[in-house]
Design a protein around this ligand. Structure first.
Ligand SMILES: [Fe+2]
Ligand SMILES: [Fe+2]
Length: 484
C-alpha cells in the first residue's frame, strides 16, 4: 500500500513539483495551500507524514502543528523552515525547538527533494519501506552507471542478507569509479542469486550508494533483532551481524551528524546490543576467541559498546535502560574527535607533542558540545562521553576527577576503551588482551577494582561465577531524565 503524504505550503509551484516528485516514487500525495485546508484534510484522511511549512498562512504552520499534536499525537510531522535574515539566533526556529513543539523532524529550505525523501525514509518502519518501493514483475537490466567511488559503500557479499524485494539499488564494482547496477530497488534477491554472484562470479563485495545507508541499517537492525533472539543461531554470527550494522550506522552518523532519525536508529542498535548480551548466556566462550578486529574507528566504537555492555551485565544493578543508554554513549564516545585537526585525530597518543596532546585531551568536551542541546539524548549519555577518559586514581582528563566523583558507567567505558585498544593495536584475541591489560600494574589503578573483576567475569561461564550481593554503587544508575 502506498504511503500517503500531506504537503502544506503557500508556494503552489513548489507543491506541484513536490507532488510529481513523490508520486513518481509511488507515494500518494494531497497538497494544500493553507493551514485551514490542512486541518480539514487531516480530519478526513490518514497520512504517513505531513510536510508542513512554518510560513503557512490562514492558520500558521505552528498553529497547525499544535492542532495535530492535540488531535493526532502520533502523526509524523516534518516541519519546513527557512533561515530568516536579521533575526537573532535565539529567535530562530531550530530543529530542537521544533522537536519540543512536537515535530517529528525538520528541514530547512532551500533543499533538494532527495533530501526530503531521505528525511521521510528515516522515519519509516521496515514495513513502510517495503510497501513504498516499486514492485517489478521482471528483473531490471544490469547497467553501467556513471558514479564515483565516493558515492558508494560496500558490504561483504557473505554478510549481505537477502530480502524480498531489495530496498535499494545494488551494484558490483568493475574498477575504480566504475560500477554496474545488478539489482534495482524492488527486484527480488534470493539466496540462490546471492550464491551465484558469490560462487560463480566470484564477487566478494556488493556495493550500494551512501544515500541508502540508513535503509540498510534499518532493515538489518530489524533482521538482527530476530536473529539475536533465535537460540539456534550461534553467538559469533550474532556479534558479527550487529557489527556490520553498527559500522554502517556510524559511517552515516559521522558524516550526517546526530539528526533525529539517526538518534532513533542508534537507540534501536543499543536495544539490539542489550538483547545480545542478556539473551545469550554462551557469549563468554565466543568472546574468548572472537577475532574480527579491523583497526578502524567504527569497529573500535562497536567493540567498546560490546565489551562495556558485557561488563555492566555482570553487575546486579544493571537494567535495560542502563545498558541501552551506555551502549548508545559508547557508539559515540569518541565523536568529539571529529572536531580535532585530522592529523591529531589519527595520531597515536605516544607520538604526540605536548601541544597536540593538550588538544587531543579536549575531545571528550568537544563530544559533549556536539550532542549538547539534543533533547532526545539523555543526560547520562552526555556525562559518559564527557568522562570516558577520567581515571579512578585522578590521573585522567579533562578534569582529573577521582573515585566516586566519576560516573561508574564512564569508568566502565574507560576500561572497555583501553581494553579494545590493546586488542586492536596488538592484534590479540580478547582473552589474550585481558592478560596484557592485567599486567599493566601502573594502569590498573585507573579503574574501580569491581569493574576490573567484572571484565574478567565476561570470559567466565556464568554458571561458575559465585555471586556475592554487591553493594549498589551510588553513582551507577541511569536517571532516565531528558535534559531540557
Ligand atoms: Fe576517547
Ligand atoms: Fe575510544
Amino acid at each position: 500500500m502506498a504511503l500517503k503524504l500531506l504537503l502544506v505550503d503557500k508556494d503552489l509551484e513548489w507543491l506541484q513539483a513536490a507532488k510529481s516528485y513523490f508520486e513518481e516514487l509511488l507515494y500518494k500525495t494531497v497538497i494544500v495551500g493553507n493551514g485551514k485546508d490542512a486541518q480539514k484534510a487531516l480530519y478526513n484522511d490518514k497520512f504517513f507524514a505531513v510536510i508542513l511549512n512554518v510560513k503557512t498562512e490562514n492558520h500558521s504552520g505552528l498553529q497547525v502543528l499544535k492542532f495535530i499534536k492535540t488531535n493526532h499525537p502520533s502523526q509524523n510531522v516534518i516541519m519546513v523552515t527557512e533561515i530568516e535574515e536579521g533575526i537573532d539566533e535565539e529567535d530562530q526556529l531550530t530543529p530542537e525547538k521544533l522537536k519540543k513543539l512536537g515535530a517529528t523532524d525538520s528541514i530547512v529550505k532551500p533543499f533538494e527533494m532527495d533530501d526530503l525523501k531521505g528525511v521521510l525514509e528515516g522515519h519509516q518502519s521496515v514495513g513502510d519501506l517495503v510497501s513504498s518501493i516499486p514492485r517489478r514483475k521482471e528483473l531490471g537490466p544490469e547497467e553501467e552507471v556513471d558514479l564515483g567511488d565516493d558515492q558508494f559503500t560496500k558490504v561483504k557479499i557473505s554478510e549481505f542478507y537477502s530480502s524480498q524485494p531489495v530496498l535499494f539499488d545494488i551494484f558490483i564494482k568493475l574498477r575504480s569509479n566504475r560500477y554496474i547496477k545488478i539489482l534495482h530497488a524492488g527486484d527480488g534477491l534470493s539466496k540462490e542469486r546471492l550464491d551465484k554472484y558469490q560462487n560463480e562470479k566470484k564477487v566478494e563485495y556488493l556495493y550500494f550508494q551512501k544515500k541508502d545507508i540508513l535503509k540498510y541499517v534499518k532493515f538489518n537492525s530489524y533482521f538482527a533483532k530476530k536473529v539475536i533472539s533465535n537460540p539456534k543461531v550461534g553467538g559469533a554470527k550474532k556479534i558479527k551481524m550487529l557489527q556490520n550494522v553498527s559500522e554502517k550506522y556510524l559511517e552515516q552518523a559521522f558524516v550526517d551528524g546526530l539528526k533525529p532519525q539517526i538518534i532513533d536508529q542508534g537507540k534501536d542498535i543499543a536495544e539490539n546490543v542489550y538483547d545480545l548480551v542478556t539473551k545469550n548466556e554462551d557469549l563468554f566462550s565466543v568472546f574468548r576467541e572472537y577475532a574480527d578486529f579491523d583497526p578502524n574507528a567504527y569497529t573500535h566504537a562497536y567493540l567498546v559498546t560490546l565489551f562495556s555492555t558485557a561488563i555492566i551485565k555482570q553487575f546486579e544493578w544493571q537494567s535495560k535502560t542502563t545498558i541501552e543508554c551506555t551502549a548508545f554513549a559508547c557508539l559515540f564516545h569518541d565523536i568529539g574527535k571529529m572536531k580535532l585537526p585530522p592529523e591529531i585525530a589519527t595520531m597515536k597518543v605516544e607520538e604526540m607533542n605536548e601541544e597536540q596532546l593538550e588538544e587531543y585531551k579536549r575531545h571528550p568536551e568537544y563530544g559533549l558540545e556536539l550532542i549538547d542541546g539534543k533533547p532526545m539524548i539523555n543526560n547520562s549519555v552526555k556525562q559518559i562521553i564527557l568522562q570516558h577518559h577520567e581515571h579512578f586514581d585522578g590521573t585522567g582528563f579533562p578534569y582529573g576527577k577521582r573515585g566516586s566523583k566519576i560516573l561508574m558507567l564512564s569508568n566502565i567505558v574507560c576500561l572497555a576503551d583501553n581494553f579494545v585498544h590493546v586488542i586492536q593495536e596488538q592484534d590479540l584475541k580478547p582473552v589474550e588482551a585481558l592478560r596484557v591489560l592485567l599486567q599493566k600494574r601502573d594502569e590498573i589503578s585507573w579503574y574501580n577494582t569491581k569493574i576490573v573483576e567484572c571484565l574478567i567475569n565476561v570470559f567466565v561461564d556464568p554458571a561458575k561465577i559465585v555471586k556475592e550481593r554487591a553493594a549498589l554503587p551510588s553513582n551507577s544508575r541511569v536517571v532516565n531524565k531528558k535534559v531540557s
